[in-house]
Design a protein around this ligand. Sequence first.
Ligand code: GAR
Length: 192
Amino acid sequence: MSKPIRLAILGSGNGTNAQQISEYFAGRDDVQVVSIIYNVKDAYIAQRARNLGIEARYFGRKDFYETGAVLDYLRQKQADWVILAGFLWLVPQPILDAYPQRVINIHPALLPKYGGKGMYGHHVHEAVVAAGETESGITIHIVDENYDRGTILEQARCSVTKDDTPDTLAAKIHLLEKEYFPRVIDRTIHAC
Ligand code: GAR
């Protein structure tokens, strides 16, 4: 049998997506989550990784942008793909160069709307509700050197009603993320 495809997940916060992806692939012999990397000390994603029995590694700004320590680590872990699951920094160019078309992100809105620097997590839902949008959704895309650009792999929609608050919208978005993100990763990594 061929070797499993190895995923490294990068996150910054709560880690629900990282957990869902890890659980989706648990027990599969063709795909393995080899590490969960995080860049915010004390982020709950680290605890989730430990609960899942997956190696969790903290790296700070210098490790990402100056020393190359993150890329060294990805190579050491023999990661084939990098999955951004609530990761809030721009991916350094050397990592993009080492993983061409192999870095995948999820964004909690229908890009190109509500994307770009500073548009992440709750800020996105606040902006969508404030604008009186009647729909929102998720975008799963290949990562390039810009925030929230790159080839779109999948979008999924949900309604936004007059009664929605940023919190209720966030809950709808999390359901879409759970339903779509692991499956789109599965499909994409096997299409190459
Ligand atoms: C998710 O909703 C994800 O779409 C969003 O951050 C949240 C992370 O939640 N990502 C972005 O906003 C990227 N620009 P999680 O840590 O519980 O998975």
